[in-house]
Ligand binder design. Structure first.
Ligand code: DOR
Ligand code: ZN
Length: 409
């Protein structure tokens, strides 16, 4: 029997991987949340183990309070076959820090030309239900339609990286005054919004599930709100960095702030927060994107886009959205688990439920030190920033993966 003492729910008693009792007499200041679920993680294995591995990314996830992560398909080789998704799934089982659920590619090699073996990935041991070419947009509308039709048969979902490539050629940061001043090619909001408009129409037409990755503009929020009002099966995510940071961070030309989609304006940030609050946006997902020093610490134009996210996500969400624990449990656990079809995750902490639990101490202040993170990479945009609140412990089916703020393996 394990007892987690002093949470806002009371003392939580765990046995055989499940919650067996909650003793309200033991109420305290620690916050117990259902184990977090990340719908959008880049683990880089196979292919770029210098930047991250399934094990190092899983450890970063556990330290962030996660009990499950969905691993994006843009590895090398690409996760576009049953063999590769099974490999990632098996590596996740071996690391045994979080449940690693592979996402399958939509198109062969992420090339956007030919549908990948969606059915074979769905039928594999990894039981893939989410498909995404993330990093690339499925820009051919006919291919997108066929992908939606295909996954409808097994209630899968296409997670779209919404970026019309013809509108972002050479883009370096958000299109606007700041880009003009810095002399960097702009990535216009319309490149995201045009694809979202097209794809919600396609999803409505086909009757299939569409998920929009890393929504970054006010116009996108409006389009998704409209699509939902039509009853179409559309869901969306926002990242912690798009909830906090703006394009102004680019002014020092520090590539740690280069990300795709780019950091936008204050008005966009406020619209994203409002969209999350009113339910237009369902999920906060990290888009944890580790990159090696060589790929990141170079001139802005040559740096790869992407930021670390797993170890800081919850503190950033609390900072930007406030300590709304029930909403946070929904945005960061229940909704992503539902979208990804992860039945063992996302449930509220109740007697009889699997003991997937994150314990957050909201009073701890800590300064982000890139060299102290569990990730193999250092590209956190929060280096040197003081954050409030930290994961104290994480339990995966009753087994601690993090205790006293340290990974147990
Ligand atoms: O910033 C990003 N990094 N956006 C993406 O879509 C891909 C990701 C990566 O794989 O590094
Ligand atoms: Zn993406």
């Amino acid at each position: 029997m394990t007892v987690i003492s002093g949470t806002q729910l009371g003392d939580i008693h765990i046995e055989d991987g499940r919650v067996v009792a909650i003793d309200e007499a033991g109420k305290g200041a620690l916050v117990a949340l259902p184990g977090l679920v990340d719908l959008h993680t880049h683990l880089r294995e196979p292919g770029r183990e210098d930047a991250e591995t399934v094990e190092s990314g899983s450890r970063a996830a556990a330290l962030g309070g996660y009990t499950a992560v969905c691993a994006m398909a843009n590895t090398s080789p690409v996760a576009d076959t049953a063999g590769v998704v099974e490999q990632v799934w098996r590596l996740g089982r071996e690391a045994a820090l979080v449940d690693v659920q592979p996402i399958g590619a939509v198109t062969v090699g992420l090339a956007g030309e030919q549908l990948a073996e969606l059915g074979a990935m769905a039928d594999s041991a990894a039981r893939v239900r989410v498909f995404s070419d993330d990093g690339h947009c499925v820009s051919d509308p006919r291919l997108m339609r066929r992908a939606l039709e295909y996954v409808k048969a097994f209630d899968g979902v296409i997670a779209q990286h919404a970026e019309e490539p013809r509108l972002t050629t050479g883009a370096q940061m958000n299109e606007g005054e700041v880009a003009a001043r810095l002399g960097l090619t702009g990535w216009p909001a319309v490149a995201e919004e045009a694809i979202i408009a097209r794809d919600v129409l396609l999803a409505g037409h086909v009757g299939a599930r569409l998920h929009i990755c890393h929504v970054s503009t006010a116009g996108s929020v409006e389009l998704i709100r409209w699509a939902k009002s039509k009853g179409w099966r559309v869901t969306a995510e926002v990242t912690p960095h798009h909830l906090l940071l703006t394009e102004d961070r680019a002014t020092q030309y520090d590539p740690v702030f280069k990300v795709n989609p780019p950091l936008r304006t204050e008005a966009d940030v406020l619209a994203l927060r409002a969209g999350l609050l009113d339910g237009t946006i369902d999920v906060v997902a990290t888009d944890h994107a580790p990159h090696s020093v060589e790929d990141k610490e170079c001139e802005w134009a040559y740096a790869r886009p992407g930021m670390l996210g797993l170890e800081t996500a919850l503190a950033i969400v609390v900072q930007t959205m406030g300590p709304k624990w029930d909403r946070i449990a929904d945005w960061m656990s229940a909704a992503p688990a539902r979208i990804a079809g992860l039945t063992g995750h996302g449930a509220a902490i109740e007697v009889g439920q699997p003991a997937n639990i994150a314990i957050f101490d909201p009073s701890v202040r800590w300064t982000v030190d890139p060299t102290a993170l569990a990730s193999r990479s250092r590209n956190t945009p929060y280096a040197g920033m003081e954050l409030r609140g930290r994961i104290e412990a994480t339990y995966l089916r009753g087994e601690p993966t993090v205790l006293n703020g340290k990974a147990t393996r």
